[in-house]
Structures are given as structure tokens and as C-alpha cells.
Design a protein around this ligand. Structure first.
Ligand SMILES: *Cc1c(COP(=O)(O)O)cnc(C)c1O
Length: 479
């Protein structure tokens, strides 16, 4: 299995590896954007047939993860990959040996619970694996990496919990001072591991993000201090997410060929794109229901064919904040598949986005392909979220978070008789106290061990939104 760039020269499947610049998994693992500005994708998606699915169906999470990952990772020896996967997906880390249990709400309607990891959100499922992959590959190469990121909440904490205590890895995470929920701040700032550095920036999230860009654009600094990232364009995160679509599918069906639809609350198009990959591999997924909040760039695309990114000033702040995005990074990988792996065509489309903020496929054969690719879309608003949380609590006695509520609301609107609908639970309600209180009049329950997290001692550096000062901070801590 080799990887090429979405903007690369050779069409997928054609030309030899050297001509297309194809790289093995471990090379793209540590790379952010490809040198041509594109994203890494496999040269072809592996196909599984009915016999393969029969063989995978009874497997537990670790074995299933090993099987799926092996299809995409062939430059780590099988025994080593086992030794990475097995300690990643444990009951100790995910509070359940199923890792991503399926909770049946009623016949034909279930939640796939992805949020039992350390930070109570689905990003843990991929990030925990990434931490162990990084440690392995860096160790093998005798290299080290300093991860620099900015977070408004979920991604940063998932990254820190995955990288804490890992050899050869440090994390420098910028967060906007005073802008996260007390729970989110406590989760990050209470980490005492010496390889984790929390920097609370006096400013808003965008300013923190701009500093990360400024530092990454200083190529000398970036090389000298081995600066890397763990953002949502990382390919390994996607593959790790493909696993739970298989797990969820097997848990929701009994027999061969049965179809399932998945409903997914979507921001950067990472989670649902993993579902698309699973479908592409031959998993019998009927529909991928894409749910946005008020920031509905992707709903607009799947409805009309027009992909119109927003300016950051046009992004609404909502009560499902992890979906407040202006452009969906992983969407380029999907379009690369839709244009049949034609990197030149992807370059053209993204040149249009850079130039005019949009492209429009309406009325073209490409939009026919989009229509045939399994997606249906919808959006949900704050009042929908609140009503959905209340309704699910009243009917099933279970409290969901705001993001999951977006997915349920849109999923139910597209539910079909006879097709099980699996809604992905992407965070626990405990993380979003205010909206949950508004819906059901009380605070959500917290899992054991998180009751007093706000009272733990905190460790974080408060700094101005000044890229030079942040560079000096990093330089002083990296030898
Ligand atoms: C990140 C996140 C999302 C959006 O996932 P994408 O992969 O960016 O589409 C949805 N819900 C929660 C709770 C998240 O943290």
C-alpha cells in the first residue's frame, strides 16, 4: 500500500511509484500537508468481499483494528503493529472492552458510543492510536517530534492525553485564555506530564491558530525544532476511525448483506469520510447521513453541488462548537475520489476555491457521482439540539450531547423503514453542561473519576498572542 497526494501528478493506479511520488505509510504519518499542498490518500482503497466480512464479523475490537489497519499499513511488521494496537484499545483506556459499544435505543435505532475514551469525545479513538504509532516510528528512526497545535477544546485535549508520557514527543498546545469551558480547561491544564506544555494565549482561538501557522511557515524554525502537528488531516486518524464503522455495522446486523445507515455530526469531514472509506471498501452501508449545525457548508454542497467556504467572520459560534468550521479539510480527499484520482482536476478545483472561495458542480457528471456516493445531508439548529436532547431523554432515559443531538435530529429525518440507523455518539453529555441543563433542567452525569476535575491543580503558561514569544518558549524547552 502506497500513498499519493490528492494534488499529485499521476492518476491513481497508473504509473509507477517513483513517477507519482508514492510513499509508504510511515513517511506520510509524520508529514502534514504533502509538499504540493495536497493530502495523502492511498493509491487504491482495498476491497473486501462477503467472505472477508464473514471472517471479520466475530472479531473483538483489537483484532478487528489489527485486520483493518494491516490493509493500510504494510511498512510496520505485523508483530509490531499488534504491539501498537493491543495496548491502545483496552478497557482501562476506553472503559469498555467493546471500545465503541452499540447502545440500542429501540429496534432499528442505535447509538454507536465513540466517547468512552479519556477526554470523553470520539477523537480519542484515533488519537490514542496516533500516540503509539508516533512513538514507534520516531523510536525506530531515532527522531523526535514537537507537536504544535491550537485548540478550542476537544482536539487539543485528545492529543495531549494520547501523547502524555510518550518518548521522543513533546506537545505545545495553544488555547484561548478563558474561552474554554471550565471542564475542558481542567482536562488539559491538570496534566502534569513533563512532555506536555499548555500555553493559554491572551486572545481568541483564531489568534492562537494564526500563531501556529506563523511558526509553521518559518521553515528554518520548523526544521530546526522538528515541529509537527496532529490535526484532522492526518491520514492515520482516518484509518483508525474506519475500524469503528465495521464494529458498529457488525453490532447492528446479524446476517450477510444487511444494510445499515450511519448518521454523523460533521465538522472537518473526518469522521464521516472514514464511513465513506468503509463503504468504499465494501461494507454494506446504505446511507451516510451528514449532519451539520448552523455552519452548513457541507449540507449546501451535497444538496446543490456548490462548495462555498466561509470566511472565519461568517462562522457562527454554536452550542455544538466542534462543528463550527468554515472549510472542511478532509473534503479534498473525497473530491479526489470523485474525480477518479485525477490530481490535476483537484488542483483546478482548489485553485477556484483559493481564488473565489467556491466551486460549483451543479449539472455536471461529477455531481451525478456525488449523488451516487451514499451521502444525504441536513442541518440542525440550537433549538433542534435542545429539543432532541429532551426528546431522547424522555423516550429512552438517556442524555446525549449537543453534537450527537445534531446527528440524531438529521438522522431521524432520513430514517428508512427496515434499515437500521446507527447514530454516532461523538461526545458525552458531561462535556456540554450548559446546553444539557437548558434541555433537561439538570446537569449531565459525569463518569467516575471526572467528578472533581475542576479542582485538580493546574499547570499552564499564560502568554501574549505573539509568535516570536511562543517560538522562544519552545526553543528554550527543546534541546
Ligand atoms: C471533532 C468533533 C466533531 C466533528 O468531527 P469531524 O471529523 O471534524 O467531522 C463532532 N463532534 C465532536 C464532539 C467533535 O469533537
Amino acid at each position: 500500500m502506497k500513498y499519493i497526494s490528492t494534488r499529485g501528478p499521476a492518476a491513481r493506479g497508473k504509473g509507477d511509484a517513483a513517477a507519482s511520488g508514492a510513499k509508504p505509510f510511515c513517511d506520510i504519518l509524520l508529514e502534514g500537508l504533502a509538499p504540493d499542498g495536497g493530502l495523502a490518500v492511498p493509491q487504491a482503497y482495498p476491497r473486501l468481499d462477503a467472505a472477508d466480512l464473514r471472517r471479520l464479523r466475530p472479531l473483538g475490537y483489537r483484532d478487528l483494528a489489527f485486520e483493518i489497519l494491516s490493509l493500510y499499513i504494510d511498512d510496520i511488521a505485523p508483530a509490531d503493529l499488534r504491539a501498537i494496537v493491543d495496548p491502545t484499545y483496552t478497557k482501562a483506556t476506553f472503559r469498555s472492552d467493546d471500545i465503541t459499544p452499540l447502545k440500542l435505543l429501540e429496534p432499528g435505532l442505535a447509538l454507536l458510543q465513540l466517547s468512552h475514551g479519556p477526554t470523553l469525545a470520539f477523537k480519542d479513538v484515533a488519537m490514542q492510536l496516533l500516540g503509539n504509532l508516533f512513538e514507534h516510528v520516531l523510536g525506530r528512526r531515532g527522531e523526535s517530534l514537537n507537536i504544535l497545535g491550537a485548540t478550542s477544546g476537544d482536539t487539543g485535549s485528545a492529543a495531549e492525553y494520547a501523547m502524555r508520557g510518550k518518548k521522543n514527543v513533546r506537545v505545545f498546545m495553544l488555547s484561548p485564555l478563558g474561552k474554554m469551558s471550565p471542564f475542558q480547561a481542567a482536562q488539559m491544564y491538570s496534566l502534569q506530564d513533563p512532555n506536555i506544555f499548555n500555553i493559554a494565549v491572551r486572545g481568541v482561538f483564531d489568534e492562537a491558530q494564526d500563531i501556529v501557522k506563523a511558526v509553521s511557515n518559518d521553515l528554518d524554525f520548523k526544521a530546526k525544532y522538528r515541529i509537527g502537528s496532529v490535526n484532522s488531516i492526518n491520514w492515520a486518524r482516518l484509518v483508525a476511525q474506519v475500524v469503528y464503522y465495521f464494529k458498529g455495522y457488525f453490532a447492528a446486523t446479524k446476517g450477510e448483506g444487511e444494510e445499515v445507515s450511519f448518521s454523523v455530526p460533521t465538522g472537518n469531514f473526518g469522521n464521516i469520510f472514514a464511513g465513506y472509506i468503509a463503504r468504499r471498501m465494501g461494507l454494506p452501508v446504505r446511507r451516510l447521513v451528514l449532519a451539520t449545525n448552523e455552519n452548513n457548508v457541507l449540507e449546501e454542497f451535497f444538496d446543490s453541488g456548490a462548495y462555498r467556504v466561509r470566511k472565519s467572520s461568517e462562522v457562527f459560534e454554536t452550542s455544538s462548537p466542534s462543528m463550527d468550521i468554515s472549510k472542511a479539510s478532509n473534503f479534498e480527499r473525497y473530491m479526489h475520489d470523485i474525480v477518479g484520482g485525477d490530481g490535476a482536476r483537484v488542483r483546478e478545483l482548489w485553485a477556484q476555491v483559493d481564488h473565489s472561495g467556491q466551486f460549483d458542480l451543479a449539472g455536471t457528471p461529477l455531481f451525478e457521482r456525488v449523488r451516487a456516493s451514499g451521502f444525504v445531508a441536513g442541518h440542525s439548529t440550537h433549538s433542534d439540539r435542545v429539543a432532541t436532547i429532551r426528546d431522547i431523554e424522555a423516550r429512552f432515559g438517556y442524555v446525549v450531547d449537543t453534537h450527537t443531538a445534531d446527528g440524531i435530529k438529521v438522522g431521524l429525518a432520513h430514517r428508512e423503514p427496515g434499515v437500521p440507523l446507527v447514530c454516532l455518539e461523538t461526545a458525552l453529555a458531561a462535556k456540554f453542561d450548559a446546553a444539557v441543563r437548558e434541555a433537561v433542567g439538570r446537569s449531565p452525569d459525569r463518569p467516575a473519576g471526572y467528578e472533581n476535575i475542576e479542582r485538580l491543580p493546574q499547570r499552564c503558561e499564560v502568554m501574549d498572542a505573539d509568535a516570536e514569544a511562543i517560538k522562544a518558549f519552545i526553543a528554550a524547552r527543546v534541546s
